[in-house]
Design a protein around this ligand. Structure first.
Ligand code: CO
Length: 208
């Protein structure tokens, strides 16, 4: 059975962790206080903790196809509410990645069943930034830019939530837009000035 190796890996991992610290799992069981909320793509190549060098307990993770934050998705909204409202994370990261299959699929004119409404969020990003994107003639470069703009728009969706707006008023919370470049393994900070964006969109999205 191909899953056997997973259990073997697990036994080896627990042995290694306990060799370093005999109370490792006991301490883990006491609770979590992660500093970061990471929202990324489900793509198997974009392994959140590995690429950030994070250990268990350090990052609260949510992954879905094309790292989307739809305003009415109960799953991602619950994650944000829990991480920001209860765990009190002060850094929210949206991490897209170049060569994202979800982003490419979204732009193809085919009926994708249940994926239609999900990936339509990506088409909406394209529509919002159509003039910039259609200026880019190289298809690969256009997809790369769409990946970046998708990250930016999902960051905006995070800023639209009541829990993040409340946290913004009360403490030093940051929203980061990043891209993982699979080809080089590098994380790229898109340096989205979220405070400026927030001021810009608050006129429309302010909840209090
Ligand atoms: Co992807």
């Amino acid at each position: 059975m191909t899953t056997n190796r997973i259990f073997k890996n697990n036994r080896e991992w627990t042995t290694r962790q306990l060799a370093k610290d005999k109370d490792y799992f006991k301490n883990l069981s006491l609770g979590q206080a992660p500093e970061y909320l990471y929202i990324g793509c489900s793509d198997s190549r974009v392994a959140a903790e590995s690429l950030m060098g994070m250990e268990p307990g350090e990052v609260f993770v949510h992954r879905n196809i094309a790292n989307l934050v739809p305003n009415n998705d109960l799953n991602v909204m619950s994650v944000i509410n829990y991480a920001v409202g209860y765990l009190k994370v002060n850094h929210i990261i949206v991490c897209g990645h170049y060569h994202c299959g979800g982003i490419k699929l979204a732009m193809q004119s085919s009926d994708l069943g249940i994926l239609n409404p999900w990936l339509r969020n990506v088409r909406d990003v394209f529509r919002t930034h159509k003039s910039e994107l259609t200026e880019i003639k190289d298809e690969e470069l256009q997809y790369k830019r769409l990946v970046e703009l998708n990250v930016q728009e999902q960051c905006m969706n995070i800023l639209k939530t009541a829990v993040v707006q409340k946290a913004y008023r009360e403490r030093n919370i940051h929203v980061h837009g990043w891209v993982f470049d699979i080809h080089s393994g590098k994380l790229i900070d898109l340096k989205i000035d979220f405070r400026n964006l927030l001021e810009e969109i608050m006129e429309i999205y302010r909840l209090k």
